[in-house]
Write a protein that binds this ligand. Structure first.
Ligand SMILES: [Zn+2]
Length: 375
């Protein structure tokens, strides 16, 4: 299903590039590999069930205009997805857009950059940390940088370079390599302040004339601001924004709130074991000698609960009493989102709870007070 959506999105992209209307039925031009893969998988499934597979590409395009629940070959989907179609006329449905967005085959370049950003971040952390704890600290520092700084001035980069000086034999620092991959360079004419527009909430750059930032669930309004730079500033590559910044907003909010309630009774680790989980909370034991309680937490801002569940792994490197997936409040506007997610998780992982952002923070606050005893 994801493959088909990715293929449809790719066909549309190619037709748009070719400057023609995004029509899928004329059969002109080669079809993308994902389309052939998806057709092949459907064929195998149909064979194994003794059913009819689509005879040709045109027939499969016709299937894409019918509700998924009515396809001759049954698909493994949640009940809410059975009524949706992939194509409304010749346009991609919202479901298809989201599925295509989530499967990374839809955007090979972004996937490549995502992997490169992650590798460069990891290398910079390893080369600047003299032991495991220091590597972990630099890792968290850089992850947080990607959440808090969609735009960096060259002065900020220089300050960071003094903090993280490790360089290769050509005197090229690992921080510089990381910034060059994760961000796009914008030279300026003369030293001074550059006026830019950004979202007041998530700080993503906003184009002139645009009303919002486009980050999922963000309701921030655009504002003017100034970046003081010597000769250039940097903005995040769109893949950095898509894979690190925008999904990281929820992680950043949770870590900020937890930081406010953390004291002697609650210890918060961000991205423990170099991102085995997004965070680990340890609540001090009430009585001396008793065991502290740990929660392992992943913050997930994902449009499809089915695809979130398919990609979720319960990493055993952080032993914990509770394993929690936290979803942002704006996902609750999708009817049945939590129930669908819980059902999809069943059989894949056990003992994983799903909580919305507010419920999670409330529970963490209450638990921290209990650990404190008298507060
Ligand atoms: Zn925003």
């Amino acid at each position: 299903m994801e493959l088909l959506c990715a293929a449809l999105a790719k066909i549309r992209l190619e037709r748009q590039r070719a400057g023609v209307q995004a029509r899928c039925t004329d059969g002109s031009g080669p079809l993308p590999r994902a389309w052939r893969d998806a057709r092949g998988r459907l064929w195998w499934k149909a064979q194994s069930l003794g059913l009819d597979a689509p005879g040709n590409d045109l027939e499969l395009f016709d299937w894409c205009r019918r509700p998924l629940g009515s396809w001759p070959v049954p698909l493994s989907l949640t009940e809410g997805d059975l009524d949706v179609v992939l194509l409304e006329g010749d346009a991609l449905s919202e479901f298809a857009e989201q599925a295509a967005d989530l499967i990374q085959h839809a955007d090979v370049e972004a996937e490549l950059v995502q992997n490169q950003v992650f590798a460069a971040l990891m290398l910079c952390a390893r080369m600047n940390g003299k032991d495991d704890d220091a590597v972990q600290r630099v890792y968290c520092r850089l992850r947080r940088l990607l959440i808090d700084h969609p735009v960096l001035s060259d002065r900020e980069v220089q300050a960071l370079a003094r903090e993280l000086p490790a360089a290769d034999s050509d005197h090229d620092s690992f921080l510089a390599k990381f910034v060059r991959i994760a961000y796009v360079h914008h030279p300026v004419q003369a030293p001074g302040k550059v006026r830019l527009r950004r979202c007041a909430d998530c700080r993503n750059p906003v184009d002139d004339g645009a009303v919002g930032c486009g980050a999922p669930g963000c309701t921030g309004v655009p504002e003017q601001y100034e970046v003081a730079c010597l000769g250039a500033y940097w903005t995040q590559h769109r893949a950095t924004r898509q894979f690190f910044h925008d999904p990281g907003l929820l992680e950043g909010r949770l870590l900020d709130h937890l930081g406010e309630i953390a004291d002697g009774t609650l210890c918060v680790e961000d991205w423990p074991c170099l991102d085995a989980w997004d965070m680990a909370l340890t609540f001090k034991a009430r009585e001396p000698g008793a065991e502290a309680e740990r929660w392992a937490v992943d913050a997930k801002d994902c449009s499809s609960p089915a695809l979130l569940a398919r990609g979720f792994r319960c990493d055993p490197r952080v032993p914990a009493r509770r394993h929690i997936i936290v979803i942002p409040m704006h996902r609750l506007r999708t009817p049945g989102y939590v129930a669908d997610l819980e059902r999809e998780l069943q059989g894949r992982v056990s003992g994983v709870e799903v909580l919305d952002e507010q419920t999670f923070l409330r529970q963490a606050t209450v638990r921290a007070r209990q650990a404190g005893g008298t507060r």
